[in-house]
Design a protein around this ligand. Structure first.
Ligand code: G3H
Ligand code: 13P
Ligand code: ZN
Length: 340
């Protein structure tokens, strides 16, 4: 099966009341981990690459790795998504490189450091929607600002500042109508990376009620949760037990994500949990076999550890079992859908 549009997967998820994890990838082992988990659970999948990933892996390597996944597992509907595109140029180059979905993150300026104006966000997102939909490609927009800066995405907002920049439901309606985006990333108090909350999050800091409000106003828009890693204690513990120093920290509990899925969340972005799983497995392998120097002996366990996380999320979000129920549409068919 060739790559499918993300819109098709999100529509199927909405019609059947489930959510899809969108996992970040940078290399072969991560793509293999996701695909192996997808095959075992019969899940449709969204694989996404940040600008940093495209730079790290190189466009050609990344494209061919994803195409290899599609070739090897034709039974798995697979969408390739640009995560946090910072400009129309980034999104256009992703589409030229075979991505079937792009995120135009106009909530921040092009440098990705300062909160932009609504006018700027609408303008750049409209531009990308026009280009992408004419090619059958899906567009995710973002409104509101996430907290944190540690991974280079974000305005460096403290938890208090981020709370002031949650997505405004009225503005969300205005934004979706003005841009025609397929999916909307909303700010509800999460941030990227491992350090999201200093204790188990309550509704004051992880404002799931905001999703419910937005979903009531925009019942036909697919909502996206960024910064959705759960930062499981057992994964952090493996890293810390084998010489790391992540410390006590809290992520987004899986049951809160499930609550989001019950209220219109269709795409759930996860990177950190997989990074933690791989890092812990590598640290453990190094510790247990100090004389070993074959990369397969630590990248193999890392891939296995990531696969476990993917399996768990695919099952918890309800995407498991749906791969065979989706009849793939070509981008040409999607192009006609948008034109009609
Ligand atoms: O959006 C954040 C993802 O975790 C990707 O991060 O820019 O370090 O690849 P990255
Ligand atoms: P995490 O850092 O919580 O995994 O979030 C990833 C993300 O939102 C990618 O866009
Ligand atoms: Zn994100």
């Amino acid at each position: 099966m060739s790559l499918v549009s993300m819109r098709q997967l999100l529509d199927h998820a909405a019609e059947n009341g489930y959510g899809l994890a969108a996992f970040n990838v940078n290399n072969m082992e991560q793509i293999q981990a996701i695909m192996q988990a997808a095959v075992e659970t019969e899940s449709p999948v969204i694989v996404q690459a940040s600008r940093g990933a495209r730079k790290y892996a190189n466009e050609n390597f990344l494209r061919h790795l994803i195409l290899a996944a599609a070739e090897l597992y034709p039974q798995i509907p697979l969408a390739m998504h640009q995560d946090h595109g910072n400009s129309p140029a980034t999104c256009i180059s992703a589409i030229e490189n075979g991505f079937t979905s792009v995120m135009m993150d106009g909530s921040l300026d092009e440098a990705g450091k300062n909160i932009s104006t609504l006018e700027y966000n609408v303008k750049v997102t409209q531009e990308v929607v026009k280009y992408a939909h004419a090619r059958g490609v899906t567009v995710e927009g973002e409104l509101g600002a996430l907290g944190g800066i540690e991974d280079g995405h974000g305005a460096g907002l403290s938890a208090e500042e981020a709370a002031e920049h949650l997505t405004d439901p009225d503005q969300a309606v205005e934004f979706v109508e003005a841009t025609g985006v397929d999916a909307l990333a909303v700010a509800i108090g999460t941030s990227h990376g491992a350090y999201k909350f200093t204790s188990k999050p309550t509704g004051d800091v992880l404002v799931m009620s905001r999703i419910e409000e937005i979903n009531k106003r925009l019942p036909n828009t697919h909502l996206v949760m960024h910064g959705s890693s759960s930062v499981p204690r057992e994964l952090v513990k493996i890293i810390d037990d084998y010489g790391g120093n992540i410390g006590e920290t809290y992520g987004v509990p899986v049951e809160e994500i499930q609550r989001g899925i019950a209220h219109g969340v269709r795409k759930v972005n996860i990177d950190t949990d997989n990074r933690l799983a791989m890092t812990g497995a590598i640290r453990k392998a190094f510790h247990e076999n100090p004389k070993e120097f074959d990369p397969r002996k630590y990248l193999g366990p890392a891939r296995e550890a990531m696969k476990k996380v993917c399996l768990a999320r695919m099952t918890a979000f309800g995407q498991a079992g749906n791969a065979g129920k989706i009849k793939a549409k070509s981008l040409d068919q999607m192009k006609k859908f948008y034109a009609s």
